[in-house]
Design a protein around this ligand. Sequence first.
Ligand code: AGP
Length: 369
Amino acid sequence: EAIEKGGYEHFMLKEINEQPRSIADCMRGRLDSRAGRLILGGLRDYMNKFQNADRIIITACGTSWHAGLVAEYLFEEFARVPVEVEYASEFRYRNPVINSRDFVIAISQSGETADTLAAIELAKQKGATIFGVCNVVGSSIARSTHAGSYTHAGPEIGVASTKAFTAQISVLSMMALMLGYQRGTLPESKYMELLSELEAIPAKVEKALKLNEQIERIAAQYKDARNFLYLGRGYNFPVALEGALKLKEISYIHAEGYPAAEMKHGPIALIDEEMPVVFIATQDSSYEKVVSNIQEVKARKGKIIAVVTEGDQSVKKMADHVIEIPRAHEAFVPLISVVPLQQLSYHIAVMRGCNVDQPRNLAKSVTVE
Ligand code: AGP
């Protein structure tokens, strides 16, 4: 086991640190921005169905569902196609309205999640085309879908999913760019620019990983907190959900993720000087709005930990801690902004003496209902 951990104390830390490589592996042979090439072999025979679908339905559980939420923003922005993101456990029992013009994407690291498998079977019966985004080669979900693309993140051992999440988003980003280009909603120049933006992500993740020591110091200050709030908007809203899930599952601290603007409809009542609030406040189209949400928390004396774009000055004046990550196109920021949140949950859990790789009550893949 020590050899498998490659010198790291835990699989989770190893897997967090593997992300520059796992994202690059996921894009290898598929994306070449200089040649203007983007190919997903799994889509070849289904491109027609994908391109002409009336609607995309994404189904998954947990972290994979969060990747699906990011994809909703990607597909809608670049390909202008309606998207629904469904918890597989709800979808399978809801008698959903689906037909043969729907394109269903099932996302799963393990490829063995019982609810996701059942959702696939249901959608299949109703005549939809099902595309799998799985990490485990030859898994049940990979076999039960019409077609699919593997995430190629390599084995993920830690129960808390990290590198599988960023690999899922990488595949879904490539799918969204292909779809936008084919449907004519993404002009060629924009498409080419986005290809190189996406290709530049692994190096930026590498840079973000260097914040580890700063994050360890922040973790030491908040390890005894009883609650955490995670807030983000737009592409960073699913990242807020994912940050909160990571903290809950491995440190057993109660954490909630919310769209930052939704805070005023309830969670704002929780804020006092005891409440750490993690904002993902990178410079994107919702930046100004997030800054005013930060002010609202500040006014109520909440402790602010903000993930910001390198060089940000405004948030620095308000936040207790700023974590500066490299600038990227806003559509691809989740691939970077999630990394410090993974590290924060990891360090807090280690400091609390928790079993990081195998948290209580959880299994790596949930093969029962
Ligand atoms: C992630 O950290 C969780 N352990 C869990 O939510 C997981 O993402 C979920 O069970 C789905 O698993 P899958 O991707 O293997 O289908």
